[in-house]
Design a protein around this ligand. Structure first.
Ligand code: ARG
Length: 464
């Protein structure tokens, strides 16, 4: 970053330059320089509008547009590096324009304030970035659909309280995350809707005495609508909260998924083998292959959610309208967007390459009386009230567990001993495969149901 002394564009009423510490403390260029394209795009639109309302001649407009294009090229070629003395992206670019065009450059800020400019840049930037995130999320959802198809007939223990509960199709498990991600997608789209509003023309806080054509700049910048109230416009950061909430919820999901996979990958569970590419070793223990990618996804959740609370705390109790506190609205969000991008790139590759160890999983299916509810529901169909069947099956578990027996080890005599309603056909339902296939309730784990979810899932992807 350059550091030649530059006079601030607002220095007119000051007799002393800002303290060196103030410059460092007050700058946002280290964070907002990534908005340079949007800042130039906004200035071009603003310039066109100033021409439309008779403030810039055609010739002046063309010069300004040309100089703005040059500035963009200079930034991209590295010829123009921002100067911390000029605080932020807006003043760096405006100052450059003035250097190039003199008095003409000094016309670009007519009717504009950094207060409406910063949110114009920010909203344009987020529109682009949210688009990238939704595309990545959709690709990730496709991987879950493929994985669900592939693992439809793999039966694993389903858990509640991390205790064996009922058998489920692994395809059903992947689909659970598909639906969570589908809601994340909706939240991102909702955030996009609140981002898609044009602030330009709100000025510092109260609009302008000049006949600015806000509808025209909205159209040029491709925003869906024009903001309704200038005071609200320069103070509104709801669009960032909406985005951060969407990202936080997405991370709540990816962290829970990571946790399951980390557990499944342990020697104790041994359900899956994680791809080498997303694991790392230990500097001391040669035997180690650790699930670091998943741990990092889980671990980064704290940072992402903190971004949401950071901004909420920042906004709480702020008086209208713009306050410099609002400059702190970028760092975490930009970091969180980058983190989300990386996670959405890594996660689908990792999921695709997971090796499922079906034989080992089989061994686990005999533990924990996974079919207890099936036995109870069998009795229900024989006319026994459910509460009684629950009690009966509970007694069977109590009897069998200490002896190391499973349901399938019981003799007909033993079954009858617990309830005369048991018939030999009880033995027909006692496999995890049957238990899964028989759960045909809408949204249940039975393969027919999972297939129908997968079908709906592909429809959603096609429409999205
Ligand atoms: N760098 C500032 C920000 O990010 C731009 C707006 C500054 N406005 C002002 N009146 N100081 O919020």
């Amino acid at each position: 970053m350059a550091k030649e002394k530059e006079k601030a564009l607002w220095s007119g009423r000051f007799s002393k330059a800002p303290h060196e510490m103030m410059k460092k403390f007050g700058e946002s260029i280290s964070v907002d320089w990534c908005f340079y394209k949007e800042d130039i795009q906004g200035s071009k639109a603003h310039g066109k509008m100033l021409h439309k309302i008779g403030i810039l001649s055609m010739e002046e407009l063309e010069k300004i547009q040309g100089a703005l294009e040059e500035i963009e090229e200079e930034i991209e070629s590295g010829d123009f590096v921002p100067n911390i003395e000029l605080e932020d992206v807006h003043m760096n670019i405006e100052n450059r324009l003035i250097k190039k065009l003199g008095d003409l450059g000094a016309k670009i800020h007519t009717g504009r304030s950094r207060n409406d400019q910063v949110v114009t840049d920010y909203r344009l930037y987020l529109k682009k970035e949210i688009g990238i995130l939704t595309d990545l999320l959709k690709s990730c959802m496709e991987v879950f659909l493929n994985r669900a198809e592939k693992d439809l007939d793999v039966i694993i223990p389903g858990f509640t309280h991390l205790m064996h509960a009922q058998p489920i199709s692994l395809g059903h498990y992947w689909m659970a995350y598909f639906w969570k991600f589908q809601r994340d997608l909706k939240r991102l789209e909702a955030a996009l809707e609140s981002v898609d509003i044009s602030p330009l023309g709100a000025g510092a806080l109260a609009g302008s005495t000049l006949p600015l054509d806000r509808e025209y700049t909205r159209e040029l910048l491709g925003f869906g609508e024009v903001s309704k109230n200038s005071l609200d416009t320069v103070s509104d950061r709801d669009f960032i909260l909406d985005l951060q909430y969407a990202l936080s919820t997405l991370f709540i999901h990816t962290s829970g998924l990571s946790e399951d996979l980390i557990i499944w990958n342990t020697q104790e569970f041994n359900y899956i083998q994680l791809p080498d590419e997303f694991c790392t070793g230990s500097s001391m223990m040669p035997n180690k292959k650790n699930p670091d990618a998943l741990e990092l996804i889980r671990g980064k959740t704290g940072g992402v959610v903190t971004g949401l609370f950071n901004l909420m705390m920042n906004l709480k109790g702020l008086p209208l309208t713009y306050n410099r506190d609002l400059q702190e609205d970028k760092k975490f969000v930009l970091e969180n967007m980058a983190t989300t991008k990386t996670v959405l790139e890594i996660l689908p590759q990792l999921i695709e390459k997971i090796e499922v160890k079906e034989e080992n999983i089989q061994k686990h299916l005999t533990k924990g009386f996974l079919l207890a509810t099936d036995v109870a529901e069998y009795l229900v169909l024989k006319g026994v009230p459910f509460r009684k069947t629950h009690e009966i099956v509970g007694k069977i578990v109590q009897y069998a567990e200490p002896k190391g027996l499973d349901f399938k080890d019981l003799t007909m005599e033993q079954w009858k001993g617990f309830s005369l309603a048991f018939d030999p056909d009880i033995l027909e339902i006692l496999t995890p495969q049957k238990a899964v296939a028989r759960r045909q309730t809408l949204g249940g784990t039975g393969q027919t149901q999972v297939l129908s979810q997968i079908k709906d899932g592909w429809e959603i992807i096609k429409e999205a």
